[in-house]
Write a protein that binds this ligand. Structure first.
Ligand code: CP
Length: 309
């Protein structure tokens, strides 16, 4: 297959396994490109991309911008905090005004679940979801799977545990869809208050004992506690959370195998993961960030192939 089965990248749930294979095969090529002395290809010289960030971001925003520039696209950036959204302009008006400047692809992060799907139905551009509320973060899940494949040779048959605040995590849901599509087994581990009730309907088992979860898995993907999305108390104290669900070197040293540690960032050092683990040779956290550029180049490149010039 040389073409994506979707017109937009709105969520992993809309993808087929062949789409993921194609994105990874394309990312392999771009990873080689970005390790050359000249890290750029002229592929998208005729394409303009707008990065619209209505929520804060470091990794995703910079990674998309770099990916677009490595493909030679023209890039414009928008942060809601410094925009006319502050004066009451709607999402559709904002985007249509940006599209009037002849934009082909919109990369959007938004606090509302389904914002990307909504936009794809109302504007004439390719839409890439860079995170919609607590729903999906498809390019993060793609770069996570790509990093597992790079480290362990394949995703199929691997056991992955997602640890922490699953309830508020778009990374968790997109990872569950992506990992299962590729034949991995997925469990989640965290306080029961931070595990969504629907999780078993996705074929995902819950393990509330961190040690048992780590003994089971090949890879632990550790999530940040998202205090900014919490309007009530989900656990008694951060200290208790860290005691029960924090990953430290002592826990890892007591396992009878060496597991891979991942984290999408930003990290709360000393809360869900200690610094010695985050910076250890078991951690592939910075490999995830590096792979993000190649994977996003692949996703943008493949969507751009569908644009009629
Ligand atoms: N992983 C991730 O989405 O990080 P940012 O919020 O910094 O983009």
């Amino acid at each position: 297959m040389s073409k994506l089965s979707v017109e937009h990248l709105l969520g992993i749930k809309y993808l087929k396994e062949t789409d993921i294979d194609l994105i990874f095969k394309t990312a392999d090529h771009f990873k080689e490109v970005i390790n050359r002395p000249i890290k750029k290809v002229p592929s998208l010289r005729d394409i303009t991309i707008a990065n619209l960030f209505f929520e804060n971001s470091t990794r995703t925003k910079l990674s998309f911008e770099l990916a677009e520039k490595r493909l030679s696209a023209d890039v414009i950036n928008f942060s809601a905090g410094q925009s006319s959204v502050k004066k009451g302009e709607t999402l559709i008006d904002t985007v249509n005004n940006i599209l009037a400047m002849k934009v082909d692809i919109v990369v959007m992060r938004h606090a509302s679940v389904g914002a990307g799907v909504f936009l794809s139905k109302h504007v004439d551009a390719k839409i890439i979801n860079a995170g919609d509320g607590t729903h999906e973060h498809p390019t993060q899940a793609l770069l996570d799977s790509y990093s597992i494949r790079e480290k362990l040779g394949s995703v199929k048959g691997k056991k992955i545990v997602i640890v922490g605040d699953v309830l508020h995590s778009r990374v968790a849901l997109s990872n569950i869809f992506a990992l299962q599509l590729q034949g991995a087994k997925v469990k989640v581990c965290g306080p029961t208050t931070l595990i969504p009730k629907y999780i078993s309907s996705l074929g995902v088992e819950v393990e509330t004992n961190l040690k048992k979860a780590l003994e089971w898995c090949d890879v632990a993907n550790v999530l940040r506690v998202q205090h900014e999305r919490m309007d009530i108390k989900y656990f008694p104290s951060t200290r208790e959370y860290t005691q029960l669900f924090g990953i430290n070197q002592e826990i890892l040293d007591n396992l009878d195998k060496k597991i891979v540690i991942m984290h999408p960032g930003p990290i709360n050092r000393g809360v869900e993961i200690t610094s010695d683990v985050a910076d250890s040779d078991q951690s592939i956290i910075l490999n995830q960030v590096e792979n993000g550029v190649a994977v996003r180049m692949a996703a943008i490149y493949l969507l751009a192939q569908q644009i009629k010039r």
